[in-house]
Design a protein around this ligand. Structure first.
Ligand SMILES: C[S@@+](CC[C@H](N)C(=O)[O-])C[C@H]1O[C@@H](n2cnc3c(N)ncnc32)[C@H](O)[C@@H]1O
Length: 388
């Protein structure tokens, strides 16, 4: 496909997303219905769609509207090349610009639009991130790096780097996480690399790795990852402790990847159905990596920031409080409960923990981790609570 044809495809996919289809599903649907497209075309299309979604509001201002076509026009006005070399350039390029579309559009001047956030979210983001709110919001407009977690029980970080380098995947050690590597070249080759297939490395953001390293746990302890999803944190804990880790998720389908990932890593993860969790309790540490708005990861999942509403945030808060209260019953006296989200919003972190502590005598906070969404890692927060 020509560069202009890829942008025309991005316009179609964006229209699908604007109509309500999640971005991943819209991209998968496009790939299924355009079998002739190669992996390079699909990767470029994905980059265009995500570049636009990260900056949907400011690009709408630059492009003169919130349609796929206007957003791609805004993208070209921001990053080049000149839209006139793309629109109407023949073949499968987008149709030529109309006289109205060629009129000069202006970048936004309102703060929420400059931050590329919905109006209602900007004050919440500001309250959470203070003086750095605008800088960090604008950082979310850039593509996120790929981070790997080295299974240190299998291989040293330097040896993992050498193995990846032999397959042209270059990496650099992360400054704040001993297990982490940042991929600096050829991230798309990771999944086919020997280091990945042999379970020496896993894909995991550095913030999650910093959080797991921070948990005050010892080998031999019984640990439950209560909201395990695909098991990223359970696997990191199993590698750190060298023993089994228990995993639960209310939706067992979300745990489908745990068995193959654990087999690759040589880790033992014991999955529990919801009906089995109480019987397996008590645990020395229960980790609740709660469902959240994902506001610390919006550079990776930018359509989520446009889909979030005050009602949805309030529903999430109810769910978060319920999960924390249930998980508390699974923790042994003297044990620890770690409440974490990949959101930076106070409403999903401090407010939930404060409300839990005020309603649960005998619990106190012993540690708190606040990671802002910087170039080095996603945003992530964790409070570690002790049951007396
Ligand atoms: C942030 S994700 C977990 C990510 C995972 N820990 C990881 O590192 O890959 C949150 C998970 O919580 C699960 N969940 C939602 N409500 C829950 C509940 N009431 N009890 C347990 N898990 C729940 C969701 O299905 C989802 O998989």
């Amino acid at each position: 496909m020509t560069p202009a044809a890829r942008l025309a495809a991005a316009i179609d996919v964006l229209d699908d997303v604007i109509a309500g289809t999640p971005a991943e599903r819209a991209l998968t649907h496009w790939a299924r219905t355009h079998r002739f497209a190669g992996s390079g075309d699909r990767a470029a299309l994905r980059d265009h769609v995500y570049d636009v979604l990260r900056a949907r509001r400011s690009l709408a201002a630059l492009g003169g509207g919130d349609t796929g076509r206007a957003l791609v026009l805004g993208l070209l006005r921001r990053d080049g090349p000149d839209p006139l070399t793309v629109f109407g350039s023949g073949g499968h390029a987008p149709q030529a610009l109309t006289p109205e579309e060629t009129e000069v559009a202006h970048p936004p001047t309102n703060e929420a639009a400059m931050a590329d956030l919905p109006d209602w979210l900007w004050p919440l983001w500001q309250r959470a991130l203070g003086d750095r709110a605008m800088e960090l919001a604008q950082l979310q407009l850039q593509r996120a790096p790929v981070f790997l977690r080295v299974n240190l029980s299998r291989i040293s970080r330097a040896a993992a780097q050498a193995s990846l380098l032999a397959e042209a995947v270059t990496t650099q050690p992360h400054p704040f996480a001993d297990t982490a590597l940042q991929v600096t070249d050829n991230p798309r080759r990771v999944a086919a690399s020997a280091a990945y297939l042999d379970g020496q490395v896993e894909v995991q953001d550095a913030a999650s790795q910093i959080a797991v390293a921070r948990l005050p746990v010892d080998p031999g302890q019984r640990i439950l990852d209560y909201c395990a999803g695909g098991g990223g944190k359970a696997l990191a804990l199993a590698d750190r402790l060298g023993g089994p880790v228990w995993a639960h998720d209310i939706d067992p389908r979300r745990m489908a990847d745990i068995a193959p990932r654990a087999a690759r890593a040589g880790a033992t993860i014991k999955t529990l159905a919801t009906a089995e969790v109480a019987k397996a309790a008590p645990f020395d540490l229960v980790l609740c990596d709660a469902p959240c708005s994902g506001s610390g990861t919006w550079r990776r999942t930018p359509d989520a920031k446009w889909r979030l509403t005050p009602e949805r945030l309030s529903d999430l808060n109810t769910m978060q409080a319920d999960i924390l209260a249930t998980a508390a019953t699974l923790t042994r006296p003297g044990g620890l409960l770690a409440y974490a989200t990949c959101s930076v919003l106070l409403e999903e972190n401090e407010a939930i923990v404060a409300s839990f502590l005020s309603g649960h005598a005998g619990w106190s906070r012993v540690d708190r981790l606040l990671l802002s969404p910087t170039a080095d890692h996603d945003g992530f927060q964790m409070s570690v609570l002790r049951r007396s």
